[in-house]
Design a protein. Structure first.
Length: 268
């Protein structure tokens, strides 16, 4: 599968302008035979807690409608982030739409970023999501999730690619790169991270979107400018390496559960 990383400079809370930018990159990705084009977290608003102004009802969403039309128009699957409001709760959602305009799946960010008080405005999800684009099985994650290796370990049993969208600030960008590489090594699969660039709500972002293979090798890395990059994801490489170096069979999940039960501090 040919993955297109769409590293955009998101205009703050301006969906129309960001839809225009997205179409430019979707068209270019399709022209270069990309099969899945992915945008950063909260792709068309920036990382905002303005849930009343930017949130959408998923079933009636303008964003989903527009992206479905673009997927069909250009014949390419799309991944993007948005704010969803449903049943009085707000979710930071990562959506995948296939090339025919169907919703292939979506994932709600499990770990709201408490450091920025995201948890006061958003409810964390409770499910890991896998989707399939062509012959590639993909698990979806959002930004701060990257710091929690347990969910990546669980997801990696059934996927070839761990896909992370983010608004990860320049002040912590080295951690972004190291964590992406770590998740690829410990899970023996591809890891791709799509970050934004530019400035949003006074926070500076410098991109560094990247793809690592199942050995932890850097395949693609972008600089701090808006742009488009491509990387070929080859599921057979994951299968080969896991069969050759059977690390996962040596994991002791039952013991790890015991450690969690007995050694971790109990929440009040």
């Amino acid at each position: 599968m040919k993955l297109a990383l769409c590293q955009t400079d998101i205009v703050w809370e301006n969906k129309e302008k960001n839809y225009e930018t997205a179409e430019k990159y979707i068209k270019k990705a399709a022209e270069n035979k990309g099969e899945l084009a992915v945008f950063p977290e909260m792709s068309f608003t920036g990382f905002t807690v303005n849930v009343s102004g930017m949130g959408e009802v998923f079933e009636e969403s303008e964003t989903v409608h527009i992206m479905r039309d673009m997927a069909k128009k250009y014949g390419i699957a799309l991944g993007f982030g948005m704010i969803v409001t449903e049943n009085g709760k707000n979710k930071n959602r990562f959506v995948i739409i296939d090339k025919d305009g169907n919703i292939a799946g979506y994932y709600d960010k499990i770990h709201p970023f408490s450091y920025s008080e995201e948890g006061k405005f958003f409810t964390g999800g409770n499910h890991i999501t896998n989707v399939r684009i062509g012959d590639t099985a993909i698990s979806l994650f959002v930004c701060y999730d990257l710091r929690f290796p347990e969910i990546f370990s669980c997801a990696s049993y059934t996927c070839d690619l761990l896909l992370v969208i983010a608004n990860w600030p320049a002040s912590r960008i080295n951690q972004w790169t190291h964590l992406l590489r770590a998740r690829s090594i410990e899970n023996q699969c591809y890891v791709a991270g799509i970050n934004r660039t530019g400035t949003g709500d006074g926070i500076i972002y410098n991109g560094k979107s990247a793809v690592f293979d199942c050995y932890g090798n850097l395949l693609t890395e972008m600089d701090n400018h808006e742009g488009l990059a491509f990387c070929e994801i080859i599921p057979e490489n994951v299968v080969y390496f896991r069969n050759k170096f059977r690390m996962k069979q040596d994991r002791r999940e039952d013991l790890y559960k015991h450690f969690f039960d007995d050694l971790t501090p109990k929440k009040p």
